[in-house]
Design a binder for this molecule. Structure first.
Ligand code: HEM
Length: 480
């Protein structure tokens, strides 16, 4: 494809997606035609005015060659393309080679079964806090105009409790930190990464409301992260036993020396990245899952039956039940396939490399990349590739029955796959199980709207730094 502006550049994404400017939206808008049009599962987009060429692939075999252990030696994350998420400091996501191994070694021990058990318990407790604080306990039917603001709050509260050891209450009037304000700040920061990088810092002090809003969001976030560090110092004296959440390990690394040490800048970088990536991805996929289950009642009924076979309606659900609730998890994975939150995996060749391409009959050719060439795994293209996922537009959780955790493409593959995968799956399973056991989910239709029209209207995606559905309106009807 030859275009004036590279899709991954400063200007193209803010202009509308059209034939001469794919922007970032082409991944979503052209998902069912672009690779077919070029008769290839990998295509290059070459800009002739501005930006850099990229090779995009929707093939899982090509993705595997880039993401495997061998691939990670031939491909790195280019500093230029990870700058937006390195503003607070370099971190696990932005680093390469020995630096990446050091970050992973420091943070890895926080992702254990004990943590996942805590994630389950905290998610269950946040669910019940939410039901009573929102007044649902006394209601038979609840209309939720925008489920997204609730899922965002659930994800952020679980994350702060389990990764940062900070007990944020659901009801913000009880706590010193306003969860809602923090969530808003994270959204603004995430949507304005580019402005922050391109414009000089004094510009944000000008009396222009949009710029002041960005400055205020950065300020809230910086104060929150400073507060975490200060609070942790006090807590470390009061509760020396609490040691193994991500944040405690990061702060321990500040005191350590050699291979297990981290600078203040890196601690801020990791604190920010986990806070941002760990809640936004979750909440986007919950929104899609809730919308899809409300839409497809037969699938929802199947899930409800699975739940009540595992645990009676009035019994407490425990972490031990998680591995008996496979189908629920598959509903989340399938929603994540249709709306993969981390939708661009960008890499740069560190050496001349040949990638083998495939079709339904096996290897069918090769692509030669020179050192410095940019590649991007198009996670939307890959998850809508009919060779990998027949009838890709259909919502079919059963595709994921029995697929091993290491093959869940949603979280990327190989050594750099998501470190928070099990953390995410545990809270997804716990939250959805509680919700579906207590409530039947229904869509809220507009006047004379069909279910198909509802899907096109509501389950359309927004493309930004992450990717997810827009506002999802649903109704909860009490089951028992
Ligand atoms: C459903 C939710 C999630 C999805 C879909 C998701 C997806 C991903 C993907 C695709 C990557 C690889 C990116 C790349 O290589 O370019 C990644 C990396 C990462 N994720 Fe997640 N993630 C989720 C939840 C979480 C959570 C809950 C946490 C933290 C508690 C987390 C922390 C990270 C970190 C730190 C990395 C960088 C890992 C590395 O480079 O070694 N993620 N995630």
């Amino acid at each position: 494809m030859r275009v004036p502006l590279a899709p991954i550049s400063l200007i193209a994404p803010i202009l509308p997606c059209c034939g001469i400017n794919p922007g970032l939206e082409w991944h979503w808008k052209w998902r069912n035609q672009v690779y077919q049009r070029f008769r290839s599962e990998s295509l290059s987009i070459i800009p002739f005015l501005f930006g850099q060429p990229f090779l995009y692939t929707s093939s899982i075999e090509v993705a595997n060659q880039i993401l495997s252990s061998q691939g990670t030696q031939n491909f790195k994350k280019s500093a230029q393309f990870v700058t937006p998420v390195a503003q607070y400091g370099s971190n696990l996501f932005t680093s390469n080679g020995a630096e990446w191994r050091r970050h992973r070694r420091i943070m890895g021990p926080a992702f254990t079964n004990d943590t996942y058990s805590m994630v389950w318990d905290e998610t269950a407790s946040i669910y019940s806090e939410m039901c009573s604080a929102e007044g649902w306990d006394k209601l038979q039917t609840v209309n939720i105009p925008v489920v997204n603001s609730l899922t965002m709050k659930v994800a952020l509260t679980v994350l702060t409790r389990c990764a940062y050891g900070q007990h944020l209450p659901w009801n913000m009037s009880e706590g010193a930190i306003d969860v809602h304000q923090l969530a808003e700040a994270l959204i603004i920061v995430s949507e304005t990464f580019m402005e922050r990088i391109v414009l000089p810092s004094w510009v944000f002090k000008l009396p222009i409301s949009h710029l002041r809003k960005i400055e205020a969001a950065y300020d809230v976030l910086t104060r929150h992260m400073d507060g975490l560090i200060q609070g942790h110092r006090v807590d470390a004296v009061d509760k020396p036993s609490r040691k193994y959440d991500v944040f405690s390990l990061l702060l321990d690394a500040r005191e350590a020396e050699g291979k297990l040490s981290m600078t203040n800048h890196e601690i801020m970088g990791n604190t920010f990245f986990v806070l941002w990536a760990g809640h936004e991805t979750m909440s986007h996929i919950w929104d899609a899952t809730i919308g899809l289950l409300a839409l497809y009642e037969d699938i929802q009924d199947e899930m409800y039956n699975e739940i009540i076979q595992v645990v009676a309606t009035d019994e407490r659900l425990s972490f031990k039940d998680a591995n008996k609730l496979d189908k629920i998890l598959c509903c989340f994975l399938e929603a994540g396939r249709l709306f993969p939150a981390g939708y661009l995996l960008m890499r740069q060749a560190t050496t001349d490399t040949v990638l083998t391409t495939y079709d339904e009959n096996g290897p069918n050719g090769s692509i030669t990349l020179e050192t410095g060439a940019n590649v991007c795994i198009d996670m939307i293209g890959l998850h809508y590739n009919p060779r990998h996922f027949p009838h890709p537009e259909d919502y079919r959780p059963s595709r994921w029955y029995g697929v091993p955790e290491t093959e869940l493409s949603l979280f990327s593959l190989g050594p750099r796959a998501c470190i928070g995968r099990k953390f995410a799956l545990t809270q997804a399973c716990c939250f959805l199980t509680h919700l579906l056991r207590d409530w039947k989910l229904e869509i809220i239709l507009e006047k004379e709207e069909s279910r198909t029209q509802w899907r096109s209207r509501v389950l359309d995606a927004k493309v930004n730094m992450t990717f997810g559905v827009g506002d999802v309106p649903v109704r909860l009807v009490r089951r028992v």
